[in-house]
Design a protein around this ligand. Structure first.
Ligand SMILES: *[C@@H]1O[C@H](CO)[C@@H](O)[C@H](O)[C@H]1NC(C)=O
Ligand SMILES: *[C@@H]1O[C@H](CO)[C@@H](O)[C@H](O)[C@H]1NC(C)=O
Ligand SMILES: *[C@@H]1O[C@H](CO)[C@@H](O)[C@H](O)[C@H]1NC(C)=O
Ligand SMILES: *[C@@H]1O[C@H](CO)[C@@H](O)[C@H](O)[C@H]1NC(C)=O
Length: 371
């Protein structure tokens, strides 16, 4: 009760309004599942966004979350102290995030998130297994369009995909190619050979995030608590400050116990620290009074966003599709799944010439009256 009163005192009705604001965005966003259940698809990320939330949604590619929330008259204090720290936790930085990215972050800050025991990556291996796909482990080096004559009539257009496997450089030809990796030379360095017109380059750099998992005891003095028993937080978020070397820090709880939060964090626990640069031994020594194991994961997590922005296209060439352009709107596992289903439907409908299933306007109204 005291916390609620403090919240009201400091931020007024901003927290409640934010909750409703995010709900409204997510309600619209969820329309995609309805469209996809009815096999509708979109030929660009902008069209997809427009079908979900109209101009408000396409405009968000041109707006940072900060701008969007200021326009929706949230207080500056609330944005700086509540919204930006959440974004720093999810996405490493606050000021350069788009509207939808921000909404995804804020949704992530609410309860009701789930995790898979053994790691969320099991979703990917599970899906590949369920699809019964033939998986070739290797790195794709290049893609090149090829025309092959047929004895019966028109020649057929194919793609020659060259990849590097443990058996060496090899390849095969395919009717349809779907690229499901960020086209960034540091992540998926694929050369597009002899395309006419050439496949555009998406030069936006990807943003580096470093996560450090530490099994140890927190140095509560560093956070201003000389008496460890007075420290009762499961997570620390930060506001923008050049002197800070961490973005956020939080206790990692086992999948089954998520949300219970019974454990006092000053006990030996696994902490997850997000930072822009790798933490030095000295920095770890400041954050933790003692620790026995450290695991560091560094990755290029999402495109560096600078509005106004245009999403990369979904259709790169006749039957060559690209999923990761949707990351310019928001970068998350769920977004990849949506982009993948959209591309699969698009490839199918374009193959069979089902134009009435692609880029339909007023789909929301249409599906409403259909029921
Ligand atoms: C977003 O910005 C781009 C580039 O400035 C512009 O072409 C586009 O019309 C804008 N979109 C919206 C919905 O405002
Ligand atoms: C193929 O992979 C091997 C092993 O990772 C590497 O040494 C080699 O340089 C790669 N070849 C090409 C053409 O990328
Ligand atoms: C990407 O591939 C090209 C051509 O194969 C090569 O010249 C370049 O060095 C590669 N870039 C990176 C970052 O690996
Ligand atoms: C803990 O934090 C305090 C305050 O920043 C610092 O003086 C001290 O060296 C840190 N380390 C340990 C192990 O207490």
């Amino acid at each position: 009760i005291v916390n609620v009163l403090k919240l009201l005192w400091r931020y007024g009705l901003n927290p409640l309004r934010m909750y409703m604001w995010v709900e409204d965005i997510l309600d619209k966003f969820m329309r995609i599942y309805r469209y996809q259940t009815h096999d509708y698809t979109f030929s660009s990320n902008e069209r997809l966004l427009h079908a979900l939330g109209g101009n408000d949604f396409t405009r968000m590619l041109n707006q940072t979350i900060d701008e969007a929330m200021q326009k929706a008259s949230f207080s500056h204090k609330f944005i700086n102290e509540v919204v930006c720290p959440t974004m720093r936790d999810n996405y490493g930085s606050a000021n350069d995030r788009s509207f939808l990215v921000g909404a995804v972050s804020l949704a992530g800050a609410e309860s009701g998130l789930w995790s898979v025991k053994g790691g969320n990556k099991l979703v990917c291996t599970g899906l590949i297994y369920a699809s019964k796909a033939e998986v070739i482990s290797g790195t794709v080096l290049s893609i090149e369009p090829k025309t092959r004559p047929r004895s019966t009539g028109d020649p057929v257009n194919l793609y020659q995909v060259t990849y590097n496997t443990t058996a060496g450089v090899t390849g095969d030809t395919y009717d349809i190619v779907v690229i499901a990796a960020p086209l960034n030379s540091k992540i998926a360095n694929i050369t597009f050979k002899n395309f006419n017109p050439p496949v555009p380059e998406f030069s936006s750099p990807y943003h580096q995030t470093i996560v450090t998992f530490v099994h140890g005891r927190l140095n509560t003095s560093f956070f201003g608590y000389r008496d460890p028993s007075a420290f009762r937080f499961g997570a620390i978020f930060t506001t923008e400050n050049p002197k800070l070397f961490i973005n956020s820090l939080g206790v990692v709880s086992p999948v089954e116990k998520k949300g219970e939060g019974g454990k006092l964090p000053t006990q030996l626990a696994v902490w997850k620290v997000f930072s822009r640069e790798a933490l030095t031994k000295e920095q770890l020594g400041l954050l933790f009074s003692s620790y026995d194991s450290v695991k560091v994961k560094k990755w290029l997590a999402y495109p560096h966003y600078s509005p106004p922005e245009k999403c990369p296209p979904i259709v790169l060439h006749d039957k060559l599709y690209y999923l990761n352009g949707i990351e310019w709107a928001a970068s998350a596992m769920e977004m990849s799944a949506i982009a993948a289903k959209n591309a699969a439907l698009l490839a199918y409908h374009r193959w069979y010439g089902n134009a009435e299933m692609i880029d339909q306007e007023d789909l929301y109204e249409k599906l409403k009256t259909e029921l």
